[in-house]
Structure formats: C-alpha cells, structure tokens
Design a protein around this ligand. Structure first.
Ligand SMILES: Nc1nc2c(c(=O)[nH]1)N[C@H]1C(S)=C(S)[C@@H](COP(=O)(O)O)O[C@H]1N2
Ligand SMILES: [Mo]
Length: 455
C-alpha cells in the first residue's frame, strides 16, 4: 500500500532509534498535538514498543470482515429475543420500561416450534464462536490504545471516544452474556436490562465504526490475497507497509508466527469453543460433550433425564404445596379450581416440544397434558387475549409469565402433567407446567398454581 507522506509529517517523532518515522497528520490545534508528541511517554506509548511483524491493516480487516458478517446475526437474534419475551406484558422477565429503546411488539409466533431454539442457538452459539475473533481483532489494534500523542485532531478525538464506546460495550456484552449462561444470576444488577442497554450502545458504536472504517477495510483487504497468505510460512512473513493507522510496527521484530498461523489459531479457537459448547444446543446424548457449558455439566443428573434450570428446593416449592391439597385455580367468567386428578380426567394430548432457554441450551421432550385452550374454555374464555400464569414458587423473577392469545390457543400449547410417559418430576414442575411451542424457556412456567385468562 503506497502511502503519501503528508506535509505535516515532517518533524513527526521518529518511530524509535533509527526506525523510520510513521507518517502522521496533525489537525487543529496542531501546535498542541506537536508539543505533546515532542514529549513521548515511556513503555507501551513508544511507537516502537509494538513489534509484531504481522499486525497491520490487512490482518485487522480480515478479523473486521468476519465480525462485520457475524455480529449482525448476534445483534438481530438478541433483539428478536427481546420481542419473544413479550415485555409488553408487565411481569415478564425482560424489562418493560426501556423508554424509547423499546422495539415494536408483536405476537411471537408459535410456528415453527423450533423458532426460539434456533434464535437463541444462533445468538449464544455464534456469540461464543466469535469470542476468539473479537479478541484477535482487539489484539491487532492494541497499539492504537497507547498511541501518543493521545489525540492528533478533533476528528481523532471523536473517533477515539467512539472506539471507547465500541470496545467497552462489546466487552460488556460478551462478559455479561457469558456470565449469564455460565452462572446463576451473579450480577448485582438485572442481566436483561444491562445486556439490552449495553446492546444499544454497542449497536450505535458498531454502526458508526463500520460507516467510518468500511472504505479502509475494503482498501486494506485488496492489498494482500488470502490465498497467498495461506501459502506463506513464518520464514517468508514480512510486515505490511508502514501505515497511517499506526498498526504496522515501525521497528518490527523477526516473525515468530505467520498470518496463516494466526488465522488458523483464531479459526481453531472458534471451532474448539463451538465443539465444547454446542452439545448444550443439541441436547440429548450430545449434552455431555458441552464440557465448557455449566448447564451441560448438569447433564443426566436431572430428574426425568433432562436438565433442570431451577430446582424445587431453590424455588422453595415443597411436597406440601404439591400434595393432595393442590388445586389449579383458573380465573375467568367461570372461575374453577381443579385437582391434578381432575386435570388428568380431561382430554390429554401428547406433543414433542423443546424447552429453549435464553441461555442457548435446549432440550426436546415429549409432553402430555391438557390444552391451554381447553382450560380457557373451562374458565369461560373461548378466545383469550392473554393468560397470566402463576407458579407455586414463592419468589423469583420467573414465578409468573404472561402468554399472548396465539400462545394459549395453539393446539400444541399444553399444561403438561407428564413428560416422556412419566409424571413430571418435582424439579420439572410437578404437578403441572406450561409447555408452549416456540416460546422462550422462561415462559414454560413450572409448578403452575393459577392461570388468569383475559378475553
Ligand atoms: N416457576 C418457575 N418456572 C420456570 C423457571 C423458574 O425458575 N421458576 N425457570 C424457567 C426457565 S428460565 C426455563 S429455561 C425453563 C427450564 O425448565 P426446566 O427447569 O424443566 O429445565 O423453566 C422455566 N420455568
Ligand atoms: Mo431459561
């Protein structure tokens, strides 16, 4: 890449002892930036401190292109998940009050039944696979964090501020996301609210960054051919030409890795992360392969032979709550209270449906129980607009959930009493739990005590 050295570059600080000067342009107020440049900082702020011979606009652009293609899928599935949680119903786990940042609400469909499973599989699975790429991209631009003078023009100041938002928000989203799928709500704040607002900061910064950098990325990608790079070994690895961005080392060290090697390491990292987590998305016999997934490790230990999100003990649901005194309260024009025996006496239906958690794990099971729409009919609501489901659970964000009309009337939407031919285990929601096609796992309320149908 031929870079014309601008006029202002004369008198720019030399890159290091004997190294050629990096072409630098100073904007208004130039004397200030020059004065700063004349007082170089030690350590990583020295231009020659960064010596990897493979850092450069081409390598950064390759990682950038992968993220440009991959991250929009993570973003869109994340936003769709917000809609799937139906925050228009107060009490659903997603934050309802997100001000002007709320999305158009629509009735989340019940078909295809694997819709939310696919959505979260992409959101979590692709998000995890992109972690090595994000880290590699950050590694490739790290000299810019320590650039000196810290600012070269007002435009540069704005650019650096937007990069702070970009890097800060991408790290925040990945860290909160990974913590949420690995641990039980370790935050001192609400995960959904934080992850949602963080997402919008990231989306804004990402759009600005792409708009600014897209031409540079295209130009940089044309400077080398991927096919040639994949044939170049360490011995033949040479630095890219010195750039205005400050990525290429002014004083490169001898190569210890080829670009091919770095690309292979990143791709291998993505593949490895996928291999040790994807079992959580597939479920069944593959779940045990998800050794890096906390829910995966719980494989097989759960009742009814599939994982438990929250045990009855944790939810403080006792045998007394679920014993012979148990009654399901249905509210509507004709309120009724039904025992489990009465529920079992109603027409039973069997469906194979997944539980697909926001955390990206999923499990398909065969459920048997009564149709929610039959229960609505019993309560005197032939065409329900919504159903508020309550659990015996004393406390917790998931002790209630509101289903939309289409989710109540779907013939596959059940109040399940059995799973895989056995009675529900207490940990899976005995005496009765909701199972509705295509909804986020959290809407499949366990230990159901009451359902209020709204006409
Ligand atoms: N009452 C109640 N129902 C609940 C939950 C809960 O914590 N309490 N967890 C929900 C979540 S987040 C998911 S993903 C599924 C998990 O179902 P499982 O524990 O049977 O695997 O149940 C849902 N139903
Ligand atoms: Mo969940």
């Amino acid at each position: 890449m031929a870079t014309r050295v601008p006029e202002e570059a004369r008198g720019a600080p030399p890159g290091g002892d004997g190294a050629p000067p990096r072409p630098v342009t100073y904007g208004f107020p130039a004397p200030l930036w020059r004065a700063l440049a004349a007082r170089p900082l030690p350590g990583p702020f020295r231009d020659r401190a960064w010596r990897s011979p493979i850092r450069g606009p081409w390598l950064t652009s390759v990682f950038g292109l992968v993220l440009l293609i991959g991250l929009p899928f993570v973003i869109v599935t994340g936003l769709l998940s917000f809609i799937a949680y139906q925050p228009q119903f107060a009490g659903n786990a997603f934050p309802a009050r997100v001000g002007p940042l709320h999305l158009p609400y629509f009735a989340w469909p019940t078909h295809p039944a694997w819709l939310y499973r696919l959505n979260q599989g992409v959101h979590v699975g692709l998000g995890l696979a992109l972690i090595p790429v994000v880290l590699a991209k950050l590694w490739s631009v790290i000299p810019k964090l320590f650039t000196w003078p810290p600012v070269r023009s007002l435009a540069h100041l704005v650019e650096r501020a937007s990069l702070l938002l970009l890097v800060g928000s991408v790290l925040f989203e990945f860290v909160t996301g990974v913590l949420n799928i690995q641990y039980d709500y370790v935050f001192g704040f609400d995960f959904y609210t934080a992850h949602y607002f963080g997402a919008w900061i990231f989306i804004g910064a990402f759009v600005v960054h792409v708009a600014i950098k897209f031409p540079t990325m295209r130009r940089s990608l044309r400077t080398r051919r991927l096919r040639d790079e994949l044939r170049t070994d360490v011995a033949h690895t040479v630095p890219e030409p010195l750039d205005v961005h400050g990525l290429v080392a002014v004083d490169p060290a001898p190569p210890t890795a080829s670009r091919r090697g770095v690309l292979a390491a990143v791709a291998g990292g993505s593949l490895l992360v996928t291999l040790v987590t994807v079992g959580a998305r597939i479920g069944g016999a593959f779940r045990g392969t998800a050794v890096l997934d906390a829910r995966g490790r719980a494989a097989g230990s759960g009742a009814n032979h599939f994982p438990v999100n929250r045990t009855a003990t944790a939810a403080q649901v006792t045998a007394a709550d679920t014993g012979t005194d148990y009654r399901l309260a249905l509210t509507g024009p004709t309120p009724v209270r039904l025992s489990r025996a009465q529920l079992l006496a109603m027409p039973q239906y069997t469906v194979h449906l997944p539980i697909a958690c926001v955390e990206g794990w999923a499990t398909g099971q065969t459920w048997t129980g009564v149709r929610l729409r039959d229960l609505a009919l019993v309560a005197g609501v032939p065409s329900p607009r919504s159903a508020q489901v309550r659990s015996l659970e004393k406390a917790g964000a998931f002790a209630r959930a509101t289903l939309n009309g289409n989710q109540v009337t779907d013939p596959h939407a059940l109040l399940a009493l059995k799973v895989n031919g056995e009675d529900l285990a207490l940990d899976h929601g005995y005496p009765a739990r909701v199972i509705v096609p295509a909804v986020p796992g959290v809407h499949n309320t366990k230990w159901v005590s009451a359902i209020e149908f709204t006409a």
